[in-house]
Each structure stands twice: as structure tokens, then as C-alpha cells.
Design a protein around this ligand. Structure first.
Ligand SMILES: Cc1ncccc1-c1cc(O)c2nc[nH]c(=O)c2c1
Ligand SMILES: [Mg+2]
Length: 214
């Protein structure tokens, strides 16, 4: 039955973007998903908030939960200082295969480590597999029912330090009420909501930024 949506997004990148130019890859995906077919990228509006938080944190170590086609992976990796790494976890092998090609098309493959598998299994292996002491920045954008268990797992594995920043997508749509309760009620987190819109729509959504206080 033809190409998948991620495959069509990759084709749009190959057709409309310039190799090695992350900005053009981002613009090509946003144009395609706004004018041709919707897809669950963080998008251009929430993407500006993501950019500002990544720039403020300037992480040495960053983790992304949920790669999909690599749109936010490219947004984050293009802002990282030389010598820093973004680890991105993706459960779906078909998504991962497309994301690798989009990340490579942007010329960012040397800054990104894409790992396929369930976040719940991979998070406890981060230290030994990738020599990570702790993450300065975590972008949660995978599955709403995993936000709380994976946050607890990051704490338990000693992967968060005083000042680590968690940024969560979709806290309104599809919505992560349990996660919002968790980070807003736990005194170890200082949380703030950034109101925005669901990618490429007028529906409200937003990002929750939570600083781990240790
Ligand atoms: C798919 C969808 N339909 C209607 C409304 C929102 C969504 C939606 C939007 C996103 O940004 C997502 N990010 C990560 N994971 C998701 O499952 C997800 C789902
Ligand atoms: Mg999302």
C-alpha cells in the first residue's frame, strides 16, 4: 500500500532540503506537515520553546525519549556545542530507520546516538553503555503513559543531578495528567508550563519544563 507517512516525510526532506543544512531539514518537514499531511513532530511553534530551553541549558549530555522521524532530534542536535552528545531512544524500528536518514541528511549523525528499544529497558543501561554520569537535559516526547515511570527510573538510576532540566511535550494534548501531578506536587521539582499549540493546529498544547532540585 505504498509509502508510510515517515517515508513520505523523508522524501519531502530529500526533495526540498539541502544536505548538511539542519535549518532546511526542519523547514522542509514543517512545510510538508502543515500543507500536505499532519504528523506528530513537535513542530515549529513548540519547537521555538524547545530551542530556547536547549539554548538556555546548553547541555553537555542530553536525552530524548521518542525520536519518531528525528525532527526534534535535529532541532536539539543543531544547537549542541561541539563534543556534546544527544542520545535519542525510539521503540519503533520503522521510525528509527527513517530518523537515522533524516538526522544524517541534516549532517548531525556525529552528535546523535539513536538507540532502538523500549525506554524502560534502555534507561538503566545508559551509564554502562554510553558512559553517562547524568543528563543535563531530557526531552520527553514518546508515550504519555511512560512519562512518570521513565522519570522515576531516571531518578532511581542516578541519571538526574541538581539542576537537570526535563522538558515534556503534549502535556495538554494528548495530555499527561499523571505526569503534571507528579512534577508539580513533588518538592524536588520546580515546574513551569509553556502554553502553545498542538503542532500545525490551533488546538491548545504545551510543554512542561521541570528542574530537578536533587
Ligand atoms: C497522534 C496525535 N493525535 C492527536 C493529537 C496529538 C497526537 C500526538 C502528538 C504528539 O506530539 C505526540 N508526541 C509523542 N507521542 C505521541 O504519541 C504524540 C501524539
Ligand atoms: Mg509530541
Amino acid at each position: 500500500t505504498g509509502l508510510s507517512r515517515p517515508q513520505r516525510i523523508l522524501k519531502a526532506v530529500q526533495k526540498n532540503a539541502t544536505k548538511g543544512n539542519p535549518e532546511s531539514v526542519i523547514a522542509a518537514i514543517d512545510h510538508y506537515c502543515r500543507h500536505s499531511e499532519w504528523a506528530m513532530n513537535v513542530g515549529d511553534e513548540k519547537g521555538l520553546i524547545l530551542d530556547s530551553v536547549v539554548t538556555e541549558v546548553n547541555p553537555s549530555t542530553a536525552l530524548e525519549l521518542g525520536t519518531y522521524c528525528g525532527y526534534s532530534t535535529v532541532r536539539i542536535a543543531r544547537l549542541l556545542s561541539p563534543g556534546t552528545k544527544l542520545i535519542t531512544l525510539e521503540f519503533n524500528p520503522d521510525y528509527a530507520a527513517i530518523a537515522r536518514q533524516i538526522i544524517a541528511y541534516a549532517g548531525l549523525q556525529d552528535k546523535v546516538i539513536l538507540v532502538e528499544g523500549p525506554s524502560g529497558d534502555l534507561i538503566p543501561k545508559m551509564k554502562q553503555q554510553h558512559g553517562i554520569k547524568s543528563f543535563d537535559f531530557v526531552f520527553l516526547d514518546h508515550w504519555k503513559d511512560r512519562y512518570v515511570p521513565d522519570t522515576k527510573l531516571l531518578e532511581e538510576c542516578g541519571l538526574l543531578r541538581k539542576g537537570s532540566v526535563l522538558l515534556a511535550d503534549n502535556v495538554i494534548c494528548p495530555g499527561t495528567p499523571e505526569y503534571l501531578k507528579y512534577v508539580r506536587n513533588d518538592p524536588r521539582y520546580e515546574s513551569r508550563y509553556f502554553k502553545s499549540n498542538l503542532e500545525y493546529t490551533k488546538v491548545e498544547d504545551g510543554l512542561e519544563k521541570s528542574v530537578f532540585l536533587g
